[in-house]
Design a protein around this ligand. Structure first.
Ligand SMILES: Cc1cc2nc3c(=O)[nH]c(=O)nc-3n(C[C@H](O)[C@H](O)[C@H](O)COP(=O)(O)OP(=O)(O)OC[C@H]3O[C@@H](n4cnc5c(N)ncnc54)[C@H](O)[C@@H]3O)c2cc1C
Length: 375
């Protein structure tokens, strides 16, 4: 059954496509506008981790429950190696998958492609090469990040290396962030995620490359460089001019390390539920997502301050116990986190403001220009 009113959705990232799939399953006609010629254009065939520590429920179970099928590469990773300055590498292992490896981009097998296939199979209309900067009436806006609070620079490659996952915490290699290596079935991704010094991104990628090739037998062929950025901020409302903002367009992103996919999809689900059930979207996302977002903001505040000694301590903690449990504890809301939240919020304000828009009567779907009409 198709209900008469069409729901417009801007952007075809994971947040928007989740909303589209859920709405369509519940009988709504859905039209998605995507600026790029296909889904996943902002990504490059790189591996990403779908984190599995921020809630009790396994993330794949959570996705199935909200109506998202797993028709894309989604491999559980239970172990890996963590490096910190001045420490021997620490092997970590967990009973529960620490994360699921997914691939991103505009090719079959990726998360983006899988979500597109699910949406199309249900009858969602997707208009590609259709950039939308303003739209009348109600819509869901999932247009992704608008500026760089963190920058990732990396490369994908083919390799003979066995499957593995490795992370490096070292400000000389990825200031206030981390570098990682993910290899699965002859394909790999290596990247540095920086929270400072974006202009030296290429130099940090060189250091990342030197780090991994210097420590392990890593052959690389067919290397392709990529880069991207992440945007996080916390606002009290994600509804303006009848628009519901989802994913990174709403600043929904893990502030500590940039694991934004889960927030993106869950916020898309919350927006769909708000339309289906008439529940207030702000109430829904504040209940479901805000505790995790706030914990991640406090974690970022602390991570910025602990330095190399703190990285060593954290790495030893991961090695001593079950890393998935350690991470879950780190992300759990607590009284201490509540007390630190004002400090963390004051210390952190996204540098992003949409300078291209300052109209008093702004109706831009993406705008956070700060005018009276668009606070
Ligand atoms: C290099 C890199 C590595 C990452 N690694 C991880 C990771 O390991 N784990 C993790 O969880 N997250 C990771 N992330 C973050 C994750 O990719 C994002 O948080 C997630 O994709 C956000 O989803 P979204 O739907 O909000 O936006 P996006 O995925 O950015 O999708 C937005 C879409 O909207 C379209 N669009 C934009 N403006 C318009 C417009 N005006 N009209 C029409 N269409 C428009 C864009 O073309 C795009 O397709 C990484 C990000 C990068 C860049």
């Amino acid at each position: 059954m198709t209900r008469r009113r069409t729901i417009n959705i801007i952007g075809a990232g994971p947040a928007s496509l989740t909303a589209a799939i859920v709405l369509r399953r519940h009988g709504f006609a859905v039209k998605v506008f995507e600026a790029a010629p296909d889904v996943g254009h902002r990504l490059n065939g790189d591996f990403q981790g779908l984190e599995n520590w921020s809630s009790e429920k396994d993330v794949t179970e959570q996705l199935r429950e909200i109506g998202i099928g797993i028709n894309f590469l989604c491999m559980p990773y239970h172990e890996g190696t963590v490096y910190a300055p001045g420490l021997d590498p620490v092997d970590v292992k967990s009973d529960r998958p620490i994360f699921y490896l997914v691939r991103r981009g505009d090719m079959p097998g990726t998360l983006d492609w899988g979500l597109k296939e699910q949406a199309l199979a249900l009858g969602v209309e997707i208009a590609f090469k259709r950039r939308v900067d303003s739209i009348e009436g109600r819509a869901i806006v999932g247009t992704g990040p608008k500026g760089a609070d963190a920058v990732a620079v990396g490369m994908t490659f083919n390799t003979q290396m066995q499957d593995r996952a490795a992370v490096v915490l070292d400000d000389e290699i990825a200031p206030k962030g981390y570098a990682y290596l993910l290899v699965k079935q002859g394909y790999g991704t290596m990247a540095a995620v920086l929270y400072r010094d974006f202009k030296k991104a290429d130099a940090y990628l060189e250091k990342t490359l030197a780090f991994f090739t210097g420590r392990m037998d890593l052959d690389m062929e067919n290397t392709k460089k990529f880069g991207g950025y992440g945007n996080f901020f916390l606002r009290d409302s994600q509804m303006r001019n009848e628009k519901l903002y989802v994913g990174e367009a709403a600043g929904f992103q893990d502030c500590l390390w940039g694991f934004g996919m889960r927030y993106a999809m869950l916020s898309g689900y919350a927006a769909a539920r708000s339309i289906m059930d008439g529940e207030d979207y702000d109430t829904l996302w504040q209940r479901e997502l805000r505790p995790g977002l706030e914990s991640s903001l406090v974690n970022r505040y602390l991570f910025e301050r602990i330095g190399h000694a703190g990285y060593r301590l954290l790495t030893r903690c991961f090695g001593r116990g079950d890393p998935a449990k350690t991470l879950k504890r780190l992300y759990r809301p607590s009284l201490l986190k509540r007390l630190l939240l004002p400090l963390a919020s004051a210390a952190y304000e996204s540098s992003v403001r949409d300078l291209s828009c300052s109209r008093e009567d702004c109706r831009c779907v993406w705008c956070r220009c700060g005018t009276r009409a668009c606070p």
